[in-house]
Design a protein around this ligand. Sequence first.
Ligand code: AP5
Ligand code: ZN
Length: 213
Amino acid sequence: MDIILLGPPGAGKGTQAKRLVATRGMVQLSTGDMLRGAIKAGTPVGMQAKEVMARGELVSDAIVSALIGEHLDEANGGAIFDGYPRTRHQAEALEMLLADRSRELSHVIELVVDEDALVERICGRFTCAKCGELYHDVSKRPEKDGVCDVCGSTEFKRRPDDNEETVRKRMEEYRAKTAPILPFYEEQGLVRKVDGMGTVEAVAAEIDALLDA
Ligand code: AP5
Ligand code: ZN
């Protein structure tokens, strides 16, 4: 089963994708994570993407679709596309990548959220530097302050694009370029709306119900 999690920055795509990986053995394909990995490794793609991401703009379609093409076969048992596709061009590229492998999308899950609440969600976000567990200053602090619940590490990090100004720009990009791909999937009868404003568990339960229907 190949699915897309679609929603603006901070909607909870990464949170829900990680949970589906843990509960269903699916594979998360996050172009944001791939790009951050490329920046960290100092590859040519990373060098091209770094400034663009820091401004909150979209990286080129060719770069991100190539990244997905490179990783798609790692997700033969089911992919969760997280943060991809983000433009009509990427949606069409994904159709081709899947068709070449006789695969097709089963669901496009739209996380419906209130954008003002998202700024607060994103600006409070931090992750474990070692295992990547997601935390939040208010809604999800480690049980023991300064120590990761999962791996015990005491190092945490924040994303450079998680400041209010860049978040607003990322939302603008979502409204202008990504939300307009919804009709493309609506025509195919694939879109399912989920209320992304509930608790992490409530959102997860809604997604599970859809996938098991
Ligand atoms: P990307 O990494 O994809 O970031 P994003 O889309 O902005 O999404 P986020 O990771 O910020 O949010 P999320 O929805 O995953 O939320 P999360 O679960 O973390 O992209 C970054 C950049 O890379 C882009 O701006 C662009 O430049 C580039 N890029 C990436 N893909 C691209 C593409 N395809 N094309 C072109 N450019 C591309 O949750 C956020 C916080 O809220 C966390 O702290 C979490 O703990 C908390 N939280 C989650 N759910 C809940 C809940 N239900 N209740 C309370 N708190 C919650
Ligand atoms: Zn950890």
